[in-house]
Design a binder for this molecule. Structure first.
Ligand SMILES: Nc1ncnc2c1ncn2[C@@H]1O[C@H](COP(=O)(O)OP(=O)(O)OP(=O)(O)O)[C@@H](O)[C@H]1O
Ligand SMILES: [Mg+2]
Length: 241
């Protein structure tokens, strides 16, 4: 089944169109990379896909059911998803308490093993008792990943999840994403400026330009044999913005 299906989705801010009739099926059991220049609407696309924002026209369906945008009604659908924001925030509590949050709101009381497993996956097993607000940038992003995955969502949306991190933290997080996806056949969607990262971890890539998806296909083909001239220019770094 398609995890998230965007159909004819358009969105404008203050009269400026950002997305124009976008069709995109985010499939189960894939890592889909959304690439494109800064300000083109990648975060907007993720916000629409997650139901955080409502399209001006078009529909967004989660696991086959269209979002209604009626207060509270989409909650069961949204609970299949986790969205890691470009700039993660921490509550003024311990790392473990931060990670347990997603379980508490789902009325899961027995959190200890699940939290330990999620922290282990990002190399934070020893840091559960630390104050989350004092973590380094890299530790914070790893904690955000643990918090997003602890309740085992089938759909994971990641917005620049390794931006501004050193290569070691990038490696830890990329391996955690791949392991998570494989273990659960999850749907993972990453937005990234890092074309090397898209190549390393995604199975499919789509390029967003001028409000439209220019080309979507298997990652290797998009990078090695793009069909659209704009894709070729973008992935080779020739495109000037
Ligand atoms: N709430 C909003 N109100 C007004 N304009 C907005 C809003 N959200 C986004 N925009 C505008 O929409 C456009 C797309 O923004 P978006 O954040 O989706 O881009 P992006 O591709 O994620 O960029 P980046 O790569 O820099 O993160 C930008 O011009 C932005 O200024
Ligand atoms: Mg963005």
């Amino acid at each position: 089944m398609t995890a998230i299906d965007l159909s004819g989705v358009s969105k404008a801010y203050d009269g400026n169109p950002v997305l124009i009739g976008v069709d995109l099926a985010m499939e189960e059991d894939e890592i889909l990379a959304i690439i494109g220049p800064s300000g083109v609407g990648k975060t907007t696309l993720l916000r629409l896909a997650s139901g955080l924002e409502r399209p001006d026209s078009g529909t967004v369906a989660i696991l086959g059911t269209p979002l209604t945008y009626v207060n509270g009604r989409d909650l069961p659908l949204k609970r299949h998803m986790a969205f890691i924001l470009q700039k993660p925030v921490a509550f003024k509590e311990t790392v473990s308490e931060n990670v347990a949050y997603g379980l508490k709101v789902r009325d899961i009381d027995d959190t200890e093993d699940l939290v330990a497993h999620a922290l282990e996956a990002v190399g934070l097993a020893e840091m559960g008792d630390r104050m989350a607000t004092r973590l380094s940038g890299g530790e914070m992003q790893r904690m955000a990943f643990a918090r997003a995955t602890v309740f085992e969502p089938s759909i994971l949306l990641l917005d620049e999840f390794t931006a501004n991190l050193d290569p070691q933290n990038v490696g830890v997080l990329e391996r955690a994403v791949i392991a998570y996806q494989r273990e659960r056949n999850a749907t993972v969607v990453i937005v990234t400026h890092n074309l090397f990262q898209a190549r390393r971890i995604s199975t499919r890539t789509t390029l967003l330009l001028g409000g439209r998806l220019v080309e979507t296909g298997p990652t290797e083909r998009i990078f090695e044999e793009p069909e659209d001239e704009r894709t070729r220019a973008f992935v080779s770094g020739e495109m000037v913005f």
